[in-house]
Design a protein around this ligand. Sequence first.
Ligand SMILES: [Zn+2]
Length: 481
Amino acid sequence: MKIALEFTPAQSPEHQSRLRYAFQLFCAVYGHEPILDSTKPDSADLRITYSGDYGTLQRGKVLRLQNGYRPRPLARPVPRPRCFREDGTTTVLFYPPENSAQVDWLAEVFEWISCADEYSICARDSVGRIPFESSVFGRYGLDGRIPYAALAMWFLQRAIRKLVPSAEEKAQAPGIGLTHAIVCSHDVDFMPLGYFSVLGRLLKNSIIALQQSPSVALGIFARAVLFALGGANPLQGGAQLARSEQKSGITSSFNFIVRHNHRRDANYRIENPAVIELMRWLQSTGMEIALHGSYTSLDTCNGLSEEFEILQKHGFQPLGGRQHWLRFSLDRLITAVERAGVLFDTSVGWQDHIGFRAGACFPFPPYNFAEERPARFLEIPLAVMDQALSPIAGEAFTAVAKLLASSRMYGWGGISLLWHPTAFGGGQLPIEIGRTFYDLVNARSEWQDTWLSARKFLQIVRHRYIEVGLMDRDWGASDQC
Ligand SMILES: [Zn+2]
């Protein structure tokens, strides 16, 4: 349906820009057509307005939202979330309405998607990341597995349906035959380049695991001993995984590190012919080759752009990637990904929790606060990383299944899952974690999930973000082969 958005003169340009962005995103997710030209509100089926002036409100259906949002300096945290319940559904609100006014759902969407609160957090862990405990989830005991931004959109759509009962209840998927999409990804941090490199890594992994679980550490150590005596290598480099995926009919994105400036970077070098050979082979099987931004890639202005260029020089056309160790702050990440001119990023998630860091179970352009506009790339939020899962058989599967069910309930997907190639075989993580991946792959038909690479996913959804005006008309056009 066609929906117009009206502001009041009291709302500043920055205020309007932020809510317009949330509105466009809502339209992209639900499949609405936004009417952004204020001279043409009559062509809309419905108007969402912040104006309290009923006298001048003309014909047609009108949804009036409370003008609740208040722009604030980025150094100031988000207002304390308050519990909100309506017709049996519970969520939290940063801007609870006065009296019985309609919640400012666009403001709620904006706060989540922009991750504005993260800019106010000074705490960093030893890697340089914002600790979960310091996030809005940690501070207020919120459940990161609830897609709060999607829930706010759902409430908004419900308010619309009260005025226009023929409006769809659910977000309309952007592709024919697509019900719920999952972007499958693998960060290649380690490659088995010889006997001693594998043995050394297995011993190192068992020492690291000792801090968390002696039994897992013992399992890894036992596999190291078996490998030393001529047994199988439990640390995969990606080829075996790609073969299994090919057999299952899914595609995925393999993210490679191309620079080594820090001891935490990959054990391989991009110049190694064996590495290039693997990448070419993966590409030939339909897998996507993307960039795993190195540990220090955001420490310099052009670091990430240069790494994309290195991949290009080797004959690949990366469209995006993810930061190694999830080492990023949003201001640097947004600037760097835009400077590189690529189409997507998949870093916004946690390494130690599953869930929706930006409240989103759908792709979105992050908000560029420095220029008060949507960023020029899509974030495909990272909802699950292998190492965040429970080592107990069954628990990991149930946790991810529940998360995917939430995503399915509020949208059509577009979240990314990460299993490192070394997560299979019990050489780094408990062996159940690798099995969980295949259990999820096998359950996908029953759940009507489509697993695919970021590149393939973008080809299906890009038009949605262009049509609502979040992206330029030619955005991603060069990859429509
Ligand atoms: Zn990594």
